[in-house]
Design a protein around this ligand. Structure first.
Ligand code: BYC
Ligand code: FE
Ligand code: FE
Length: 468
């Protein structure tokens, strides 16, 4: 089905033929726009931004590019094409046809997961609300806004499901998604990472590398869902997500590149000298990485989780790329878990969060390897590393355990003394903020980051991606 842009809400779900649903969503639309105007990048409402907009849902050529003022962005509802005769690929309903409606007994479980997913999307826009003011280039400013409008669209994706399949409860939850706010002490976002401020661009790049990658893995496991509309929604969201992680990987890579240039020029890796030259030293990058990686690890939930087991059993949420596994029932299998008390064997279904987290960690390694290649080629010994999964955890069996980034148990007082060395200190953050000077001349770039290798959609790097 093609996307209909003549409608008030662009969509490929034939909204025009469901008047009640259309009315309900058109009622929510101005509330979304108000939220965007208040919590989004509202100081840039008048800017022309070179944005991509979805025009189809097939993998090839799904987007069109052009200058758009963000408040006029056409947020819509786009589901990937249905797979004919699709069946449920895991759990107790294995082999049965997928559901086009939510089974009554699974309503609250599905709703909870959809709400949790939906909650992260506007949260990230709120977290990045002021970043535009300190952009290192127009190219980066455009990427920030591209990510922001697409996270707004991901909110639409979940709100569509809530309105279309969950009746009055769903409509209430859709209101809640605009009422909670990142970091609001009275009404915070559901998952902790989404209440952390993102007040500098290094955090933004770490967030899009590590936290959007949690999005990738969660969406992949929901794309396996037995509830077909959820699966199709998530499949299309994944095509958008790839760019967000690209922004993160290349963003960190460009910071590393610039830092190495300065290190070579000065002939030293002394952090103070590197900083004195306006670049961000590698140990500081490592501390930012430690923070965002460990926070994102918590997003997978506890290692042992009855919620995860029942989501798998009930056909709600599988493993990413479920068809790569031989056993789709997992009713007998066990999983060896590492806990502070030693090895423990748990049922595989109960360990599904840990399985997901394991695939995530592997994927995270890829970028770290690339960044380290850059450092190695420049002739320096420093290496970035993902900290151990035990380090600095706020969820699961390792909570409050004094382990260092290498995963070694430490005496509590030594841990407390050393922890500040492993995470961004106030001074680190103040320094990083101090180099974040706004650069908005086309083709110019801030001194702490290298220019990108290429521009957007085959345009040159110096293209005026945002006309302020
Ligand atoms: N912070 O059984 P447990 C994205 C709660 S990112 C706070 O261990 P479960 C994006 C949990 O909710 C992808 N609370 O975990 C990225 C539960 O609470 P209740 C987001 C947490 O339920 C960048 C309790 O602890 N999508 O798209 O198996 C930009 C016990 O939970 C946290 C999803 O997460 C935490 N970190 O799994 C924009 C997919 N962790 O119910 C967007 C949907 C756990 O006892 N969510 N808790 O009050 C899920 O599948 C699951 O809810 C979770 C947790 C994986 C989050
Ligand atoms: Fe998203
Ligand atoms: Fe994203």
């Amino acid at each position: 089905m093609t996307i209909d842009y003549s409608e008030r809400i662009p969509n490929n779900v034939d909204l025009a033929n469901d008047r009640a649903l259309q009315r309900a969503l058109e009622h929510w639309q101005p509330k979304f726009q108000d939220w965007w105007g208040e919590m989004g990048p509202n100081d840039f409402s008048g800017a022309d931004v070179y944005l991509r907009t979805a025009v189809g849902v097939d993998a090839q050529g799904w987007a069109s590019y052009g200058a758009v003022k963000m408040p006029d962005y056409r947020w819509g509802i786009f589901l990937a094409e249905p797979v004919p005769e699709r069946t449920i690929g895991f759990g107790d309903h294995f082999g049965q046809p997928v559901w086009q409606q939510v089974p009554g007994d699974l309503r609250s479980q599905f709703r909870r997961i959809i709400v949790t997913q939906g909650d992260t999307e506007p949260a990230s826009v709120e977290q990045q609300h002021l970043l535009g003011h300190t952009c290192p280039s127009l190219y980066d400013l455009r990427n920030l806004f591209q990510v922001n409008v697409e996270e707004g669209r991901h909110l639409w994706a979940m709100v569509y499901l809530l309105h279309a399949y969950f009746g009055r409860d769903g409509r209430e939850e859709a209101e809640g998604l605009l009422a909670r706010h990142s970091g609001d002490p009275d009404n915070p976002r559901i998952l902790e990472t989404f209440n952390q401020p993102i007040s500098d661009w290094l955090s933004f790049f770490m967030f899009t590398y590590f936290t959007d990658r949690d999005g990738k893995f969660q969406l992949k496991s929901l794309a396996e869902s037995g509830f077909d509309p959820l699966s199709r929604t998530c499949r299309f969201m994944l095509t958008e997500e790839a760019h967000h992680m690209f922004v993160g990987e290349t963003g960190v890579g460009r910071v590393v590149k610039r830092t190495l240039e300065v290190m070579k020029e000065l002939g030293t890796d002394d952090p103070d000298k590197v900083r004195g030259h306006g670049a961000i030293d590698l140990p500081t990058l490592q501390r930012y990485l430690n923070f965002w990686f460990t926070s994102s690890m918590d997003l997978f939930g506890s290692e042992v989780s009855s919620n995860a087991a029942s989501s798998f059993a009930n056909g709600i949420k599988a493993r990413p790329d479920e068809n790569q596994y031989a056993d789709h029932l997992c009713s007998e299998a066990q999983f060896e878990l590492e806990t502070p008390q030693g090895k423990e064997s748990v049922s595989l279904r109960n360990a599904m969060n840990e399985v997901l987290r394991g695939s995530y960690v592997k994927d995270c390694q890829i970028g770290v390897k690339r960044w380290n290649m850059q450092i190695q080629r420049a002739g320096f010994d420093f290496r970035l590393a993902l900290p151990s999964a035990r380090f600095h955890r706020s969820i699961g069996v390792w909570v409050n355990t004094p382990v260092d980034p290498a995963g070694q148990l430490l005496p509590r007082e030594q841990y407390d003394r050393q922890l500040p060395e492993w995470l961004p200190s106030d001074a680190d953050q103040a320094f990083v903020r101090s180099v974040m000077q706004r650069i908005v001349q086309p083709g110019k770039i801030a001194g702490w980051i290298a220019p990108p290798d290429r521009g957007i959609n085959n345009l040159p790097v110096e293209y005026e991606y945002v006309r302020l």
